[in-house]
Design a protein around this ligand. Structure first.
Ligand SMILES: Cc1cc2nc3c(=O)[nH]c(=O)nc-3n(C[C@H](O)[C@H](O)[C@H](O)COP(=O)(O)OP(=O)(O)OC[C@H]3O[C@@H](n4cnc5c(N)ncnc54)[C@H](O)[C@@H]3O)c2cc1C
Length: 382
């Protein structure tokens, strides 16, 4: 397998890193503290094409292949210190824009994708419910036939971008007796619809600049053409979006791990204790080497999975493998960076404690580590 980066990808990567460092990272400590979603920066990201990386250019996207998308997101994770903003972009792009691009009718794609790719429209993915997270298809939200359309009733929770979204991708039961097996349908629902409201907004431990909330649907009426991917097609659509999300969010984590490693290594070269740089103490050096091993293994897993994303039959297995290993590596490496920097690592102004707080979410969203292990166990015939 050859993962040589083309000149085109290299240029794009450098451009994204420069943009992220100059435009997205400044002010992150204050934004994180106050939990503010930076809509102005979101729009700048739209101008850079980040919200539509893999979408064909004819719909306003950047037209990258999945590996190119992963490389671009890795660059974003490396250059952008605002992990919440990066996460908000991923939630929008991977769980909402990708399904519209992959499964939308021509009319849906033309109506939605240009605004979604440019960032003029923000999307939220509404799958999780108060009573169903890991067991996502144990949902209660119902879509009942209503004249030439559907009436949606239910309550979704933990919707990333929920408080600022213009459109929600809502999964609902169209046939409760079939559930997972063809009974779930995806709907594109404008958040300005009658009966739609945001509900509770949550404060988070990390990723604080990415807003998150409930989505409440009280008899929300939508026309037939709000159905995305066909009636009963929700399971396949959600599964595919999770494959993209698990692989491509891990690409962001690879970039973040690279930044952590560079920061901790340079600190270990210059900080002295007992008359020599702390990196000369074997216990410190070994920790940094472990961070390097985790980074390189994660990068290879992401590149391999991304290069297979659009055609491999067993991509669900790859996606779980990547998600599990990279998210757990990110948590460990963030903790290692804090430890390497001692008391300074614990202080906000050194920027690693925030990465640690952000990292904790990574083993929870897009399916917890336990769920990834369950999926892989199934593939292994266990
Ligand atoms: C930052 C963040 C952003 C999110 N964004 C979105 C979003 O945009 N849209 C959306 O729909 N959802 C979103 N979620 C929700 C996320 O998908 C769920 O939190 C996740 O799937 C876990 O569900 P739960 O929180 O209900 O935990 P539960 O399912 O209640 O699980 C609790 C614990 O039990 C374990 N567990 C459950 N079942 C099993 C099992 N069978 N075997 C072993 N262990 C098990 C879990 O692994 C976990 O450790 C987000 C979550 C977070 C943290």
């Amino acid at each position: 397998m050859d993962f040589t980066i083309s000149d085109e990808h290299r240029l794009l990567r450098d451009e994204i890193i420069r943009f992220a460092r100059n435009e997205l990272s400044p002010g992150v400590i204050e934004r994180d503290r106050s939990g503010v979603f930076p809509r102005d920066l979101w729009l700048k990201c739209g101008e850079m094409g980040l919200q539509g990386l893999p979408v064909p250019e004819e719909y306003g996207g950047a037209g990258l292949d999945p590996l190119g998308t992963a490389l671009a997101l890795e660059a974003l994770g490396y250059g952008c210190e605002d992990g919440g903003l990066t996460f908000a972009i991923c939630a929008h792009l991977l769980a909402c824009v990708v399904p519209v691009w992959k499964h939308g009718t021509e009319e849906q794609k033309q109506a939605l994708l240009p605004a979604l790719c440019s960032g003029r429209m923000i999307a939220v993915n509404g799958m999780t419910e108060p009573g169903s997270g890991s067991d996502a298809f144990a949902m209660h939200t119902q879509a009942r036939r209503n004249g030439a359309g559907y009436r949606l009733t239910g309550r979704k929770t933990f919707g990333s971008n929920g408080p600022v979204a213009d459109v929600a991708l809502v999964y609902a039961l169209t046939d409760a007796t079939r559930g997972y097996h063809g009974g779930v349908t995806a709907f594109v629902v404008p958040t300005a619809s009658d009966g739609f409201s945001v509900g509770q907004k949550f404060e988070k431990m990390g990723l604080r600049t990415s807003p998150i909330s409930e989505l409440v649907l009280e008899d929300v009426c939508v026309p037939d053409d709000a159905v995305l991917g066909g009636v009963g097609g929700g399971t396949a659509l959600f599964t595919e979006s999770m494959e993209w999300e698990r692989i491509c969010i891990a690409a962001v984590h690879v970039g973040t791990m690279q930044r952590l490693l560079e920061q901790a290594t340079s600190y270990a070269r210059t900080r002295t204790a007992f008359g020599r740089p702390i990196g000369k103490h074997q216990a410190v050096a070994h920790r940094l080497v472990d961070m390097k091993v985790r980074l390189e293994a994660s990068r290879l897993l992401v590149y391999r999975a991304a290069s297979r994303l659009d055609h491999a039959r067993d991509i669900a297995l790859d996606a779980s493998l990547v998600k599990l290993f990279v998210s757990e590596s990110l948590v460990k490496s963030a903790l290692d960076a804090v430890q390497t920097m001692g008391g300074y690592g614990f202080m906000t102004e050194y920027h690693v404690e925030r990465v640690l707080r952000d990292a904790v979410g990574s083993t929870l969203y897009s399916g917890t580590s336990e769920i990834q292990r369950n999926i892989m166990a199934g593939w292994m015939g266990l």
